[in-house]
Design a protein around this ligand. Structure first.
Ligand code: F6R
Length: 244
């Protein structure tokens, strides 16, 4: 694992975008796993800028998003479909047919999950997976639990996650209680993983994920086993780490 700590959010965002740019430039048809949330927003801004300056071409890239809430239509302003469109996908030249985001339809979840895993494996797996982290150590919406779930699945969001994400909604009641998330297998099988975190609220999650025991109670702890993990932090998120 390589841990990179930056003074500011802007610096870490620029570095993360640079890592992605290099990977796309090495492999034009990269399978790129993407996250939503506030952490990668700055990285997406940098990627859009690279595209606008003709430094990056997404025309052969295939994207796979980690997750989607259940019960929000893709046009809902807090859906992850909407987020991705707003922050990246409508602003660069990714082909529509190369964009993959799980559909947040609880009733059809079994078919949706199976089809999503099939799509990822038929594509040859994820080349580069970008991750944020929840304050409880979740990655995607793989919440703390008794086991690591390998495949894409329907998940009951924990109270912690619902509370954290209520900042994006007008009140806590509106936050979806379920989501569909990629499981741990494609994440851990990705050739390269970029884990990003910023701000003091993430310091403990980063500490227990990177320096604590590997346990499904801290889903991100499984990343310690990954051979090409790049951790990108601001100094506040790195504050509790002892190994740096
Ligand atoms: C979102 C996702 C989540 C977030 C995490 C952190 O697609 O997979 O794991 O990365 O909840 O969210 P932010 O960045 O909003 O703190």
């Amino acid at each position: 694992m390589k841990i990179n700590v930056f003074d500011t959010y802007e610096q870490m965002s620029a570095y993360a975008a640079q890592v992605i740019k290099e990977e796309i430039n090495k492999k034009k048809n990269l399978n790129l796993g993407l996250a939503t949330g506030s952490t990668p927003e700055g990285m997406y801004e940098n990627l859009v800028e690279f595209f606008e300056n003709d430094e990056l071409d997404f025309s052969s890239v295939t994207t796979f998003n980690l997750d989607e809430y259940c019960g929000l239509t893709p046009s809902h302003s807090q859906s992850y479909h909407y987020f991705m469109d707003e922050h990246l996908l409508s602003k660069v030249n990714v082909k529509k047919e190369n964009i993959n985001i799980p559909e947040g339809d609880e009733e059809k979840h079994e078919d949706i999950c199976k089809a999503y895993d099939k799509k990822i494996s038929q594509a040859g797996g994820i080349d580069l997976q970008v991750l944020g982290i929840g304050v409880n150590g979740h990655i995607g919406f793989n919440e703390p639990g008794d086991i690591f779930v390998a495949d894409t699945h329907l998940i009951d969001l924990t109270d912690t996650t619902i509370e954290q994400n209520s900042r994006f909604f007008s009140n806590g009641e509106e936050v979806p209680k379920k989501a569909i998330t990629m499981g741990i297998r494609p994440i851990i099988n990705a050739n390269k993983v970029v884990l990003m975190a910023n701000g003091p609220s993430k310091a403990h999650a980063i500490k227990i994920s990177l320096e604590g025991p590997i346990t499904p109670q801290v889903p991100a702890s499984i990343l310690q086993l990954h051979e090409d993990l790049i951790v990108i932090l601001d100094k506040e998120a790195a504050a509790e780490l002892e190994s740096i």
